[in-house]
Design a protein around this ligand. Structure first.
Ligand code: KIV
Ligand code: ZN
Length: 516
């Protein structure tokens, strides 16, 4: 325990993160992420935007029912229908919160066609309505940073008087700087009547790469809640990364003496889980959780590290749950060793899940002499992604390729339980395999991205393939890893198609940017 001021961590991976194009998560994936956020000590989980779709509503309700310690929050635009729907979903939580917002900057007032006074009235009415339903209400003036300061102070005061318990100050377009972020919070803390009775939150986007700095500056100026996402997931350049602000407050506690309730040893597990389910890989040199964040390549660094790790390391890998074990896995490794290794990597599996992963692991170890941590992470990604998304599965693929065109692919897909077979040709083996999939599952989705990465080194390395496609504004991603690049490509393509089917079934969701 510490007597330092506490900064609340508000995670919006499942709302602001999930609304970024292509980062769609399934119901089961959302529940899994929420359970981990709760376990790691996240104070408030923004579980979704309940009015957006039936799927969002169901996910927020179930996350609320399963919640243990975290406050569960649902987003609502500034109208009674949205607010009622959010309440219906979060009311099952032990500690529910309604988060309602409206764009207050001149640009947003132009869109909503509301005068300053009309908007002020709307804010009063909607926050009052939310507070009559729930005693924990957060209000956000969207695009606060570009809102006239006098008007911002006025609407914040109205929201506080109407019963808001948290006032969030969003930098919606990632435009602010650390000094400005701090000044705006300071201004509100000092000038708005009632400011001492509520909590100020900071919500930053990373368009200019300053989200972490802006959030920390806001805290130094008086904000006591940081809104963030795992891996900085979010639209455009993303949101403030949870792992960055939490580790900055821990490592530089000497100059920023604030405490969070986060168990930092769960950070790596959360990062891997979110990367896996969102299909957004973590960049290698990403602060805190990137693959190279603790890698010391140069001779001087390695020498220093061997003598004293603190020479070049400001935090220990174990602080974020990155445990290095010497256990290299191979085809003779047994079930117990696999269970232990996966536990070290942050995956705790039930017996039936382990049995399934063990079969895949053995198949991989038969093809690859040494199975590295990265291989197992890729294997787990396929396992997580495979659940609940299995309307179409790749059963068999054989491609004929080489210098003589055309290349051809024999493919069997299991579609809703029935095997369907086709042979197709293409310009190269991947094109042939994709054409075969298209022949069996006709669709109009456009391939936006096809990317291949080697998971480890060596010619027997697995390839991770990422695919992104778009159909009628719906963007989906698929990822898969295999020692055979064409198999990985085909599975990634089918994975994206499975997500597309889920999206087609759940209709077109409302965006929080739609004026409501
Ligand atoms: O960035 C933003 O303004 C938001 C609001 C809905 C809080 O995400
Ligand atoms: Zn946002």
């Amino acid at each position: 325990m510490t007597d330092q001021p506490r900064v609340l961590i508000f995670d919006t991976t499942l709302r602001d993160g999930e609304q970024s194009p292509g980062a769609t998560m399934t119901h089961a994936e959302k529940l899994e992420i929420a359970a981990l956020l709760d376990e790691m000590g996240v104070d408030i989980i923004e579980a979704g935007f309940p009015i957006a779709s039936e799927g969002d509503f169901a996910a927020v309700s179930e996350i609320a029912k399963n919640s243990v310690n975290s406050v569960i929050c649902g987003l609502a635009r500034a109208n009674f229908k949205d607010i009622d729907r959010a309440w219906e979903a979060v009311k099952h939580a032990a500690r529910p919160r309604i988060h309602t917002f409206i764009g207050t900057s001149p640009l947003h007032r132009d869109i909503t066609q509301l005068s300053q006074d009309a908007m002020a009235e709307k804010i009063h009415a909607t926050v009052t309505h939310a507070r009559n339903l729930c005693d924990n209400v957060q209000w956000s003036p969207m695009d606060a940073i570009r809102t006239e300061h006098d008007y911002l102070k006025k609407v914040v005061e109205i929201a506080i008087k109407a019963g808001a318990t948290t006032i969030n100050i969003p930098d919606t377009v990632g435009y602010t700087t650390p000094r400005e972020s701090a000044r705006i919070i300071e201004m509100l803390v000092n000038d708005v009547p009632g400011a001492d009775e509520i909590i100020f939150a900071t919500h930053c986007h990373n368009d200019l790469g300053m989200a972490t700095a802006n959030s920390l500056a806001a805290v130094e100026a008086g904000a006591r809640q940081i809104e963030c996402t795992i891996n900085g997931l979010g639209e455009r350049a993303g949101n403030t990364a949870l792992e960055e602000v939490v580790m900055a407050l821990k490592v530089r506690n000497d100059v920023m003496p604030f405490a969070t309730g986060i168990d930092t040893t769960k950070i790596m597990k959360a990062s891997r889980l979110v990367a896996n389910v969102s299909g957004f890989p973590v960049q290698y040199n990403k602060a805190v959780v990137g693959k190279n964040a603790f890698a010391h390549e140069s001779g001087i660094h390695q020498d220093g590290m061997l003598k004293n790790a603190e020479t070049f390391e400001i935090m220990r890998p174990a602080d974020i749950g990155l445990t290095e074990t010497n256990l290299v896995m191979g085809k003779h490794s047994g079930r117990a060793a696999l269970r232990q290794k996966l536990k070290d990597l942050g995956y705790e599996l039930a017996d039936n899940q382990l049995a399934d992963v063990f079969v895949r692991f053995k198949a991989l170890a038969d093809r690859k002499k040494e199975v590295y941590d990265e291989d197992l992470v890729a294997l787990m990604r396929d396992t997580v992604a495979g659940e609940e998304l299995d309307r179409i599965q790749v059963k068999f693929l054989r491609v004929i390729c080489g210098t003589e065109a055309p290349q051809s692919a024999d493919l069997i897909l299991t579609i809703d339980g029935t095997d369907r077979q086709v042979t197709a040709q293409g310009d190269g083996p991947v094109d042939a395999a994709f054409n075969a999939v298209k022949a069996l599952v006709p669709h109009n989705a456009r391939l936006q991205l096809y990317q291949v990465h080697a998971v480890t080194e060596g010619t027997d390395a697995q390839a991770t393939v990422s695919v992104r496609m778009e159909e009628d504004g719906r963007i989906v991603t698929g990822q898969s890893a295999d020692t055979d690049t064409v198999v990985a490509s085909c599975k990634a393509y089918v994975g994206a198609l499975n997500r597309l089917l889920v999206k087609r079934d759940s209709g077109r969701p409302v965006s929080y940017k739609d004026v409501g």
